[in-house]
Design a protein around this ligand. Structure first.
Ligand code: Q0Z
Length: 287
């Protein structure tokens, strides 16, 4: 009998449905965004790559932090997960100086209350990873928030626990990826509370959509780094002279094929599992 699911939320490239009171279905599409705009052309299998990678990390980090994953569906892009009470913040961890962290540092020498050493260059590795949570904004960019604002939102004990978990998760994934030629410069994820009040890793984890993935063999601090996954798309868009306002441009076949290959390469390098094996049986990443 076909299931009827209630749609509860749409992200730029994902959809969320209710299965029942306890369970949600998270579905990753093949849509791609660049410069914050979703493009009209899809990247085949992108949603499967991201779903498989997330499930892989959930399995590998389960001793670091509990997670929401109940199971993967045979389509490889749908995750059944526990419904949690989500914390009202995005957990961001930065191991390298990029994006808004770099912008803040140039202006103030600090980011989100973390005073940083002088003389750092764009994309430099930080002395240690830092927790720089942000608010969830319905429209526009998430806003960085101070320590005091965070504590007001979730309380001091929860904040401390979220920070400890977030740093431990990042350390694990960044070390793992670095040994496989990928720098995870920073990452964003969501934590929720289960009925027992335990903090649980939810949503997606350490995918190229939720993190900056850089090819380690091209790492050259002192400027921006190429994106492991989206560089062909960005280069194409820059060469077009598109003004980065919607609608975005259609992508030509070679850019689509090259980008798909980069996603599959990230999956295979990180998991050590062939992507065709994943397509045949998505649960291979969870074992
Ligand atoms: C995640 C999101 C969207 C995809 C709510 N396990 C959970 N329990 C309760 N809530 C969530 C989760 Cl993952 C939850 N999001 C973010 C929105 C598509 C993910 F539209 N929102």
């Amino acid at each position: 009998m076909p299931e009827t699911l209630t749609h509860v939320a749409s992200g730029k490239v994902r959809e969320l449905f209710t299965i029942d009171d306890e369970r949600l279905l998270l579905v990753a599409s093949d849509r791609i965004s660049t410069f914050d705009v979703v493009l009209p052309t899809e990247i085949p299998d992108k949603g499967r790559v991201l779903t498989g990678l997330s499930a892989f990390w959930f399995a590998r980090t389960r001793d670091v932090c509990a997670n929401h994953l109940l199971g993967l569906r045979a389509d490889g892009r749908s995750t059944e997960c526990r419904r949690l009470e989500m914390l009202p913040l995005e957990c961001v961890v930065r191991g390298y100086l990029a994006g808004s962290g770099w912008k803040d540092y140039q202006r103030t020498g600090a980011t989100s209350g973390h005073q940083l050493p002088e003389g750092l260059r764009e994309s430099d590795r930080l002395p240690e990873p830092i927790f720089t949570p942000s608010t969830k904004e319905d429209v526009g960019h998430d806003q960085n928030i101070s320590f005091d604002e965070m504590v007001a939102l979730v309380g001091a004990a929860r904040f401390a626990e979220a920070e400890r978990l977030a740093i431990a998760l990042y350390q694990f994934a960044a070390d793992y990826a670095r040994a496989r030629g990928i720098i995870i410069a920073d990452t964003k994820f969501e934590l929720g509370l289960d009925a027992d009040g335990t903090l649980v890793l939810a949503d997606e984890a350490f995918t190229p959509d939720s993190s900056r993935f850089w090819p380690a063999d091209e790492y050259a601090p002192g400027g921006p780094q190429p994106s492991f996954d989206k560089q062909f798309v960005r280069d194409y868009c820059e060469a077009l002279g598109w003004d980065k306002t919607p609608p975005g441009p259609e992508l030509p076949d070679d850019v689509v094929a090259g980008t798909r290959a980069r996603y599959v390469e990230a999956f295979e390098r990180l998991t050590g599992i062939g992507f065709d094996e994943y397509l045949a049986d998505p649960e291979v990443v969870s074992r």
